[in-house]
Design a protein around this ligand. Structure first.
Ligand code: PLP
Length: 456
């Protein structure tokens, strides 16, 4: 590039950045950077995105460490043995947070996110079921196995069931049970059930399934049938929150029948998107067929992830947070986030217009629906639009089957959502409501329940 020509005066700056095929000629790095970066300019500020659980902030030192380690391949344990050791250390830390009973027997791995981790947990349950079912003389060829889960499941479980040809048996949520219905769950279980998934932090409402009560039901069933039915806990959002904020809540490996747990490192593990974890309480719950060996320091090391090559930088980012924050650091961040969420919930409640489903106490998310009110001529989709004008991205969406007439709205508070930002959000929420009350047109009046915005 002729350095005398300003960047925006250059010829290339006229072209379309979004290509249908490769340009013939190269572009200077400075220009490429500027133009691609500018292409993203209308995406809004991720920190104001109240729809996602995924991290939108990490400390500069963490980002530096991660950007300096992009080239490290997490699967290449022999080239990067120290990285492998750090991954193992993360598994140890997480297993300890989840009260794994035997340090030497537990086994776990990092994954790309909870979806991959759930896939592994589900596969392990399917393989174990098949072995157990054969011994019991159950027909494993002609009859489809099933998985029992509440209707508030995240889409990764639907994928798991489709990919592995498993019937998904959903226990409907109702107004009293905005989580799995403990009285009914065992009605869905039979000889073909590979396991039950308990959710710690239902995506829709943030409620925790009562895993302790579920464990008691499963224990009684196992006693009666001689089976070894297990529970997998999908702790994508809650499993890195509850250990710090509710250490006495028993939902983890303290419960006998909880065989595996997953979490998203990029949710309340506070790492940028691209990291998840799964731990089994005991190797025996992870069938040998699912373990593969890669070479490591002249020997071999077991791996069980589905993906092969990927950057280890997310693992190192997770380790940075563990090492830097310690238990108290995570606890302080989470308690502060909880306080912020509860303040937002209080402000929502104070308007007197909404019924709160989640006030931010269990995980720091705020969910609510609009109360029946003849004086209100707008709906939650209109409110989402209004908030978007002020930069806030907030989804509105119907609840799952049987409750799908109810449209709710959700704010997810994350570690980087400080009290000052919450005050700004509350101010904008109240201003939006005032504006909507004055307006006489609802943009979305004739629309039925539908999902608006990203909800996971
Ligand atoms: C987010 C979420 C998932 C999927 O997690 P990813 O890390 O995005 O793959 C699965 N289950 C629950 C309950 C979730 O909240």
């Amino acid at each position: 590039m002729n350095n005398n020509i300003p960047l925006f005066g250059s010829k290339q700056a006229e072209g379309n950045v979004i290509l249908k095929k490769l340009n013939q000629e190269s572009v200077e790095p400075e220009l490429a950077y500027r133009l691609i970066k500018d292409q993203l300019i209308d995406e809004g500020d991720a920190r104001q995105n109240m729809a996602t659980f995924c991290q939108t902030y990490m400390e500069p030192e963490a980002t530096k460490l991660m950007s300096e380690t992009f080239e490290k391949n997490a699967i290449d344990k022999s080239e990067y043995p120290s990285t492998a050791e750090i991954e193992e250390s993360c598994v140890n830390i997480i297993a300890d947070l989840w009260n794994a009973p035997d340090e030497d027997k537990k086994i776990g791995t990092s994954t790309v996110g909870s979806s991959e981790a759930c896939m592994l947990g589900g596969m392990a349950m399917k393989f174990r079921w098949r072995e157990e079912a054969r011994k019991r003389g159950v027909d494993v060829i002609n009859q489809k196995p099933n998985l029992v889960i509440s209707s508030g499941y995240q889409v990764c479980w639907e994928k798991f069931c489709v990919y592995w040809d498993i019937e998904m048996r959903t226990v409907p949520m109702d107004e009293q049970h905005m989580s799995i219905n403990i009285d009914k769950v065992m009605d869905y279980v039979d000889d073909y059930t590979i396991g039950i998934v308990g959710i710690l932090g239902i995506t829709y409402t943030g409620k925790y399934d009562d895993i302790k009560a579920l464990d008691a039901k499963v224990e009684a069933y196992n006693q009666q049938t001689g089976r070894e039915l297990g529970i997998h806990v999908d702790g994508a959002s809650g499993a890195m929150f509850a250990p710090f904020v509710f250490p006495d809540l028993e939902w983890d490996f303290r419960l006998k029948n909880v065989v595996s747990i997953n979490t998203s490192g990029h949710k309340y593990g506070l790492v940028y998107p691209g990291i998840g974890w799964i731990v089994w309480r005991d190797r025996k719950y992870l069938p040998e067929e699912l373990i593969f060996n890669v070479s490591y320091l002249g020997g071999s090391m077991p791996t069980m992830a589905i993906n092969f090559s990927r950057s280890a930088s997310q693992i190192l980012g997770q380790y940075y947070n563990f090492y830097r924050f310690g238990f108290d650091g995570y606890k302080e961040i989470h308690l502060r986030t909880q306080k912020v969420a509860m303040k937002v919930a209080q402000a929502v409640e104070d308007t007197d217009l909404f019924e709160i489903y989640n006030n931010g106490a269990n995980i720091p998310i705020v969910c609510y629906k609009l109360k029946e009110n003849p004086d209100i001529a707008w709906n939650l989709y209109d409110l989402a639009d209004r908030l978007q004008m002020k930069g806030w991205q907030v989804p509105a969406y119907p609840l799952p089957e049987d409750l799908d007439e109810v449209v709710i709205q959700r704010f997810v508070c994350r570690g980087d959502f400080g009290m000052n930002m919450a005050d700004a959000l509350i101010r904008d929420l109240n201003a939006s409501i005032t504006e909507l009350n004055k307006a006489n047109v609802s943009m979305h009046a004739n629309e039925g329940p539908h999902t608006q915005g990203f909800t996971h």
